[in-house]
Design a protein around this ligand. Structure first.
Ligand SMILES: [Zn+2]
Length: 221
């Protein structure tokens, strides 16, 4: 790496782009990182099948959203039946329709319209990962906790009774440590909805996986 930076310094082309002609090597190395840092690694590792917002046909947010700084990684479940016959794109389209309108919940309580889907990532039953709300903005919740600072991953199913499919487990085992590393979330800051609010979410069969996810994060940091 160091050798490459010095070669760039010699040819000078890179630094002209940044408006720098002559600086001490240490300063130049720092500027190299600032001016020519490679594009950030993709949010989702390439070994996971990922469906971006544009690929699933997301509508833009319908309300203002709150910018936030990610400090935690928080797991949810959808609480719905695992559906093997619809694609993640179809599920996210449906979730967005529900999210962006006033509606009522299974409990009978009213849900206000949200700006967008409440979660940042959606892991379908087939292990496909769909892009949810722009992670620069806090999610939403029906329960009494403030999701600001939380990167929200939702997993399709009701894990009070369902278990992770092989494909979901594989995706989560890659996605969770990768996101934790990318956003500098320590293993201790990985938790689940029920750790913050009065809810069963994400179900006992995901909750029991959290220690294993934390261990995967520790191994990658
Ligand atoms: Zn939840």
């Amino acid at each position: 790496m160091l050798r490459i930076e010095f070669e760039r310094q010699r040819d000078g082309a890179h630094f002209r782009r940044c408006g720098v002609t002559a600086l001490r090597a240490s300063v130049i190395l720092a500027l190299t990182a600032a001016c020519a840092s490679p594009r950030p690694a993709p949010l989702v590792p390439p070994e996971i099948e990922f469906v971006s917002r544009s690929a699933w046909g997301a509508q833009p947010p319908v309300l203002p959203m709150r910018a936030h700084r990610i400090e935690r990684l928080t797991i949810h479940h959808t609480g719905t039946n695992q559906n093997h016959s619809r694609t993640v794109s179809q599920k996210l389209q449906g979730l967005q329709l529900f999210s962006q309108r006033n509606d009522s919940l299974a409990s009978g309580r009213r849900k206000p319209a949200w700006a967008d889907v409440p979660y940042h990532f959606y892991v379908g039953v087939d292990g496909v990962d769909g892009e949810g709300r722009d992670w620069h903005y806090a999610g939403d919740s029906n329960t009494a906790y403030d999701p600001a600072g939380h990167l929200l991953v939702v997993v399709e199913g009701n894990f009070q009774r369902d278990t992770l499919t092989t494909a979901q487990r594989r995706t989560l085992d890659i996605l969770v440590p990768s996101l934790a590393r990318r956003f500098r979330v320590a293993a201790e800051k990985l938790a689940s909805h029920r750790d913050y609010a009065q809810t069963e979410c994400p179900g006992a069969n995901i909750y029991s996986e959290l220690p294993r996810f934390r261990e995967l994060i520790r191994r990658r940091q």
